[in-house]
Design a protein around this ligand. Structure first.
Ligand SMILES: [Zn+2]
Length: 100
């Protein structure tokens, strides 16, 4: 049995600590940000090419995002969250919101 480095993952990391994430055709650079332990376990900052920034925080109650879609349409309504939360879950950066 042989093991090789996942080249596709390596190529998505142009710099250490910086990931590129594509959501619905929009490119974001993704980096972990400091998060107070009382607020959440971990947090990520998504930076769009046009300079828009969204922060996603993994809280004890599930992931929260500060984008308008999450604030007005998802918070407390949709356990899957906005597209940013769903994208971070799908790449394994934050765990999926547990059922119930
Ligand atoms: Zn969002």
């Amino acid at each position: 049995m042989t093991f090789t480095l996942p080249r596709n993952l390596r190529s998505r990391k142009p710099q250490a600590g910086r990931l590129l994430l594509e959501i619905g055709g929009t490119r974001y650079s993704l980096r972990p940000v400091a998060c107070h332990a009382q607020i959440g376990k971990r947090a990520f900052r998504l930076l769009k090419d046009d300079g828009t920034v969204y922060d996603v925080v993994q809280t004890p109650y599930g992931a929260e995002c500060d984008c308008p879609d999450f604030i007005f349409r998802r918070d407390g309504l949709d356990p899957d969250g906005c597209k940013h939360v769903q994208a971070l879950v799908s790449v394994g950066m934050i765990p999926a919101h547990r059922a119930n």
